[in-house]
Ligand binder design. Structure first.
Ligand code: ATP
Length: 553
């Protein structure tokens, strides 16, 4: 069901107006599923990635074993040996079931068909008839010959309105439909056809084919020769780069199980119906951790990551009931997975929760696959456990015992896999607020404000002279130059002060420092809080330390 599309329109318009997000290649008409981040958007994304890297890699939490989690980073190539994707199962199985429209040829993901249909213009138009009361032959015919012809030219009852009476009787046993559900039955399938032959095309009303799998990986050719042997793929996830480097990391660092490898990077999926703004894009960024642990400790680590990752979003401002942690049902789990939880957000574009991040218990599926396909030994040897226990075994058994469990084993993997772009969108949706603020004459005016968490705010502080004279700009510029050495800051002296505040509210800037007449007398400035609108006065020499304290620097 469509959610609050008016809200989405306001948010996308703000994101464009203030330089958060642009359509990719906009001057050429754009390209579906690709987005560019403008000057503020790039800072927001960097802040999300830096917060994640800081909180997961450089300053990780304390684990269930009471010790600080061991985590190292990685940055792999986007294009890898195509055998990686054969081993991981992506070449054979990374596909969605797709239907194509026999009339307009557009592709639709089978699992999204219902929602797309409900959002489509033609369906909403015909469903509107039903909301007003029972719909009879004449009314349906009128719709088919007017709006229907324009919006859904390939719909059965539009192509052949003469068959509407038979169609109605065949479905409802009367000459009227009473509900949208009945109406859908009337519209479904061909006029002469098997009832329930599938839903019609959301674009034109035409008949859809049976769903077939469609591989989502983008292909490219490596080298000069266009030969299938040179086919490679743009990675559809960052995770596999971690698995194939597992041995490298073990051999070149001092990490010991349990430990994690983290990576942030671009991923590409040829999504069939990129939609809902940046939510489902064809190029996006992921933040993924593969956490390697002993099998018998894996459920404790799974529970740990599930909680840590959920709380990470709450700590950065997704505080409302729109964020939830949902455990997947046994039917939803992949065959190798013991448990999986989705961190979901109720985006305004839908009335269903949508995935922000998945935390999956993956068993040792990935390492097993890569060990088989590469013929490399990817087992882990726990030398500490062996040193501790070896005297329990007679020396002639050492060679055999040390090379089996629990001393040598394939670690179990817990995978928290998040999307940067989906997180950015959720943070923007949650932060967007409309309230009232006084203008320069003290009259309350509506304002739009992004109440972003200060860690995520692209600009932390803006510095203004109240007016562009009497030496105020010089004082303000000196403060700005001082502050910007440590914090992303912005200087603005143009236009009315109220307008300048408003611009910063829309950019999500938590604090504005203003130099006014009193500054010239006693050296104090005002600091305005974006959310409470309260202003305090402090000595201009203390601005930096005050901000540092507030922003936790
Ligand atoms: P969905 O079911 O929504 O397609 P998924 O389950 O295929 O998502 P994963 O393969 O688990 O997603 O990818 C991990 C994370 O990567 C997702 O939680 C999401 O944040 C992000 N992600 C996946 N696909 C996209 C996309 N097309 N656009 C933006 N982010 C994406």
């Amino acid at each position: 069901m469509p959610g609050d599309m008016a809200f989405m329109e306001k948010l996308t318009s703000l994101c464009k107006r203030r330089g958060f997000i642009y359509q990719s290649s906009e001057i050429y008409g754009g390209i579906g599923g690709f987005w560019d981040y403008g000057p503020l958007g790039v800072e927001l994304k960097r802040n999300i990635k830096e917060a994640w890297w800081h909180d997961m890699v450089t300053n990780p939490p304390i684990g269930p074993d009471g010790r600080e989690v061991e985590m190292v980073g990685l940055d792999c190539a986007i294009i890898m040996n195509p055998r990686v994707w054969e081993a991981s199962g992506h070449v054979a199985g990374f596909s969605d079931l797709m239907s194509s429209c026999r009339a307009c040829k557009k592709l639709v993901r089978a699992d999204q068909l219902g929602a797309m249909l409900e959002e489509s213009e033609w369906y909403q138009s015909v469903a509107e008839l039903c909301r007003r009361g029972p719909v009879g032959v004449a009314e349906l015919r009128r719709w088919a010959e007017t709006r229907g012809r324009k919006l859904a030219p390939n719909l059965g009852i539009v192509r052949e309105p003469g068959l509407i009476p038979a169609r109605l009787e065949g479905t409802t046993g009367s000459r009227q439909v009473h509900s949208v559900r009945e109406l859908l039955e009337v519209l479904t399938g061909e006029l002469d056809s098997k009832p329930g032959a599938g839903l019609p095309c959301p674009y034109c009303g035409g008949e859809l084919t049976e769903p077939r799998p469609f591989n989502l990986m983008f292909r490219t050719t490596v080298g000069a020769v266009e030969d299938p042997a040179n086919t490679a793929y743009l990675r559809p996830e960052t995770a596999q780069g971690i698995f194939v480097n597992f041995k490298n990391v073990l051999d070149t660092t001092r990490v010991k199980v349990p430990f994690g490898i983290a990576q942030i990077g671009k991923a590409f999926r040829n999504e069939i119906n990129p939609r809902n703004y940046t939510f489902r894009s064809r190029e996006f960024e992921q933040m993924e951790i593969e956490f390697f642990c002993r099998p018998e400790q894996s459920m404790a680590w799974y529970e740990f990551w599930r909680k840590v990752r959920y709380e990470w979003y709450v700590g950065l401002g997704l505080k409302s009931e729109k964020l939830r942690l949902r455990d997947q049902t046994p039917q939803e789990l992949a065959h190798y997975s013991r448990a999986c939880a989705d961190i979901e957000y109720l985006f305004p574009f839908s009335d269903e929760f949508q995935e922000l991040e998945g935390v999956a218990h993956r068993g040792n599926f990935d390492l097993t696959q890569h060990a088989k396909a590469s013929s490399k030994d990817l087992t882990y040897f726990d030398d500490e456990a062996w040193e501790r226990d070896k005297d329990k075994f007679p020396p002639e058994q050492h060679k055999e015992v040390k090379n089996r469990e629990p001393y040598r084993f394939l670690p179990t993997v817990i995978e928290p896999s998040a999307g940067v772009d989906r997180s950015a969108l959720a943070f923007l949706c949650e932060a967007y607020c409309e309230d009232q603020a006084p203008d320069e004459n003290g009259v309350m005016q509506p304002r739009v404000v992004l109440k972003l968490h200060p860690r995520l705010a692209p600009i932390k502080v803006a510095v203004f002279p109240l007016v562009k004279r009497e030496g105020m700009p010089e004082v303000a510029e000196a403060i700005y130059r001082d502050v910007r050495r440590y914090l992303p800051a912005f200087y603005d002296e143009k236009g009315a002060i109220g307008r300048r505040y408003r611009r910063q509210d829309e950019a999500g800037t938590p604090y504005c420092v203003t130099v006014d007449g009193q500054t010239l007398v006693d050296g104090t400035v005002t600091i305005r809080d974006r959310d409470t609108l309260q202003q305090i006065r402090i000595d201009k020499a203390h601005v930096l330390s005050w901000l540092g304290e507030k922003l936790g620097k």
